[in-house]
Design a protein around this ligand. Sequence first.
Ligand code: NDP
Length: 286
Amino acid sequence: MASSIINGKEIGQEIRKSVAERVAQLKEKGVTPGLAVILVGDNPASQTYVRNKQKSCEAIGIFSELVKLPQEVSEQELLEQIRSLNNRNDIHGILVQLPLPKHIDEDKVIATISPEKDVDGFSPVSVGKMMLGQDTYLPCTPFGVMKLLEYSGIDVAGKHAVVVGRSHIVGKPMGQLLLQKDATVTYTHSKTPDLPSITKQADIIVAAVGRPNFITKEHVKPGAVVIDVGINRDENNKLIGDVNFAEVEPIASHITPVPGGVGPMTITMLLYNTVQSAENTLLQDK
Ligand code: NDP
């Protein structure tokens, strides 16, 4: 049984089209959604991510401003930059590209972003609201995975979802969002013994491990849905996921490829959250 391949590029484009329409409607009302991206230092991977985010904003009419700070910037100065962006009416979303240099406390930086502008959904307020099922900005990658499932017609209610990985930005919120949609969720991580015995029970596996080809056919029950969040590079610098696609694709019912699966959804949901924030300001003005 060959599986159905979930096309994140296509689903992402469909969502971006509807986000672009909302941008046009906002502009008619005199509001241009604005995203500020803070980049500290010159890590090449971070520079690429930031460039892609800015390009994606421009493509759908979101104003984006890059705040570029040197590697040796003080924590105090960075916090002041965030506070000044918090107060600007033309900026609806603030994103700090991680990782930050070691002398800066990431938790403090993220907590300084106003919850109203925390379009990455990483601040303690956003995370708390997400846990409580309250209205908030959801973290873009797990939010994107939920959209992939929804657009692929996969109802997660009552299904056993196994999340491999428990990071703050992917694994933990992923499990919460699945739980909110009535999945039965199991979290697994590096201290989980006999991982295949658990993942084999899953109707849905989300792999967010950061290890190339880690999930093999030994981990997967025939007919399971397999979502691959991993972004790794092989020896030829080619992008590969956490799932051994060649082995798992023939037995899964649905699977996301890498690239072209979860990847395009992360920026899509960032655009979505930024536009949502701009719309929220109009509601507050009423
Ligand atoms: P982290 O390194 O922060 O977390 C990895 C998680 O995997 C940890 O919880 C770790 O467990 C767990 N893990 C490591 N080894 C094993 C093992 N042998 N068995 C079971 N669990 C294990 O990574 P992220 O969550 O940030 O990212 C995961 C992957 O997703 C990476 O490849 C990253 O590049 C990619 N990514 C992709 C995005 C996208 O847009 N598609 C966005 C963000 C990330 P423990 O907690 O015990 O250490």
